[in-house]
Design a protein around this ligand. Structure first.
Ligand code: PDD
Length: 291
């Protein structure tokens, strides 16, 4: 195994990823008729695995795709995958599509076909304290949220997210913060928090955002450590006037935003509440993964 050709899992079999083959008639390829998860692994231990598998089940239910494996089977497959790839710090990508139908037809195949199940890993380094993203914070831009109205489903149909993130990259920003009807929803691939007058605020879970596993954990950690936290809508004006802005995701954890549309957020440095929360996050990870 090398990181160039990791061991992947396709439809019940471990194999070098370079040898994995999927039909062009797969509905994931043709229609984006598929869902996915990204699960962080620290020192070989999957982080918040039950929460990720719960969300996987909710995504499957939302697209009426029967869950192809039991919880025990998922866990056994994932621990095999992690072991095959040397343990350590990884991001597991798991995708399930509605499978390969004999002809291209928008409606579901009848009779149903076997779903395609694919899992792979990539090495990730947990963000170090001296990484520029954490020491200096990152730049973001705001863009109109042009996505559909079921953003709660973790689907691979990500064209809007791809175009939004690419526009951010073109403008030298790491993320696009999305605005819908005068309110901030989330990032193209992350959830959003602001701090205003010592209170942490994040939009409520709804069909307008992905219910992020990292988001939920950050809310939990705020409550546990008595940082005032509110789950409510964030207006565009509040976003622009925020003292701090954070983005959360499984691969990037909690990232401080210090420039919004090329203007400083607060004093232009990662803020005090972010520093407190980031410390609680690292401690939680240590406890959970026995680091
Ligand atoms: N994306 N919102 C969107 C639109 C996302 O795509 C993601 C994650 C999140 C954060 O969710 P979580 O904390 O569960 O990772 C929020 C993953 C990492 C991706 O697509 O690669």
């Amino acid at each position: 195994m090398t990181s160039d050709d990791p061991i992947a899992w396709l439809n019940g079999e471990f194999l070098p990823r370079g040898e994995a083959r999927i039909s062009p008639m797969d509905r994931g390829f043709l229609f984006g008729d598929s869902i996915y998860e990204v699960i962080p692994v620290y020192q070989g231990v999957p982080f918040r695995l039950d929460e990720h598998l719960d969300r996987l089940k909710r995504s499957l239910d939302a697209i009426s795709l029967p869950e192809p494996h039991s919880r025990e089977e998922w866990k056994a497959m994932l621990s095999g995958l992690i072991e095959h790839n040397g343990g350590g710090n990884l991001a597991v990508y798991l995708q399930i599509s509605r499978g390969v139908a004999p002809k291209r037809d928008h409606a579901f195949p009848d009779p149903a076909v076997e779903p395609t199940v694919f899992a792979t890993t990539s090495p990730v380094e947990p963000p170090a304290a001296d990484h520029p993203d954490r020491a200096e914070g990152v730049a973001v831009i705001t863009l109109d949220d042009i996505r559909w109205s079921r953003c709660d489903i973790k689907t691979t149909a990500l064209l809007a997210n791809v175009l939004l993130r690419q526009q951010a990259a073109r403008e030298g920003a790491v993320e696009a913060v999305l605005l819908r009807d005068g309110f901030a929803t989330e990032g193209a691939a992350s959830n959003l928090f602001i701090v205003r007058d010592g209170r942490v605020v994040t939009p409520p879970n709804s069909h307008l955002i992905l219910p992020g596993i990292t988001r939920d954990l950050v809310v939990e950690l705020c409550r546990e450590h008595e940082l005032p936290v509110e789950e409510r809508e964030i207006s565009e004006a509040e976003l622009r006037e925020a003292d701090e802005i954070w983005l959360t995701s499984s691969t990037r954890e909690v990232v401080p935003v210090t420039r919004l549309n090329a203007r400083a957020v607060g004093d232009g440095q990662p803020g005090p509440l972010w520093k407190t929360l980031a410390r609680h996050y690292v401690n939680f990870k240590r406890k959970l993964c026995g680091l």
